[in-house]
Write a protein that binds this ligand. Structure first.
Ligand code: PGA
Length: 252
């Protein structure tokens, strides 16, 4: 059984005081948490949140990391800094980093290898643009991202990676992929992982991301190959995030 993950990607939202207020309100709720819950706030919120989450099962994730441990890399944050704060997950390869900050598959692969060797869990984002989907190239594109990002990853490390399928056209647009489309691509990714690393396909956790909301979470989580969600907008509202982490488990 793969443990599910609901991860909130706050992106560039929430000041440290807002983050503290969010977590105070969230922890005061009666949560019916089904799997792992991860909050990925901006770097400046990690320290105050780490203080609030001592001895709490809610985990912290970062939204980025550099490949080097220290040095002349103005504006960057390293693995030892994140680990010192108790961070356990790091989002890499998000389409906003690929598009706005021109991060290549090659650089994302280096980050992935760095995280694996440091015992941090990478949440590796993959996904096609609207043009690629309309041209029927979504499977080719996702496969090429997957192959490039998994370069030099050993078989015994691969199940420590979490993959997030995030079609770019569904991110922040309110236009979510259907749960069937999400399932189809997550299954495709799992099959490709199995081809590359026999025996590992059923172990790796694969999330869907892109306009996930309380109204869509139950249907999504009922899909066989969807192990969770990476949620942007809806993770910023305490009540919505509560509903997301308390999704209904379908035992049929
Ligand atoms: P969204 O963002 O839920 O606001 O679409 C998802 C993401 O970018 O991870």
């Amino acid at each position: 059984m793969r443990q599910s993950i609901i991860a909130g990607n706050w992106k560039m939202n929430m000041t440290p005081s807002e983050a503290e207020k969010f977590i105070d309100e969230f922890l005061a709720l009666d949560l019916d948490r089904k799997g792992e819950v991860v909050i990925c706030p901006p770097f400046v919120d990690l320290y105050p949140l780490s203080k609030k989450l001592v001895d709490n099962p809610i985990k912290l994730g970062a939204q980025n990391v550099h490949t080097e441990d220290a040095g002349a890399f103005t504006g960057e944050v390293s693995v030892p800094m994140l680990k010192d704060l108790g961070v356990q997950y790091v989002i890499i390869g998000h389409s906003e980093r690929r598009e706005i900050f021109k991060e290549s598959n090659d650089f994302i692969n280096k980050k992935l290898l760095k995280l694996l060797s440091s015992n941090l869990v990478p949440i590796l984002c993959l996904g096609e643009s609207l043009e690629e989907r309309q041209a029927g190239r979504e499977f080719d594109l996702v496969k090429s991202q997957l192959l490039a990002c998994l370069k030099d990853v050993d078989s015994d490390q691969v199940s420590n990676i979490v993959i997030a399928y995030e079609p770019i056209w569904a991110i922040g647009t309110g236009k979510s992929a259907s749960s069937d489309d999400a399932e189809t691509m997550c299954k495709f990714i799992r099959t490709e992982v199995e081809k590359l690393y026999p025996g590992q396909g059923q172990k790796i956790r694969i999330l869907y991301g892109g306009s996930v909301k309380p109204a869509t979470i139950n249907e999504l989580m009922a899909k066989e190959n969807v192990d969770g969600a990476l949620v942007g907008g809806a993770s910023l509202k305490v009540e919505d995030f509560k509903e997301l982490v308390s999704y209904e488990v379908n035992h049929d």
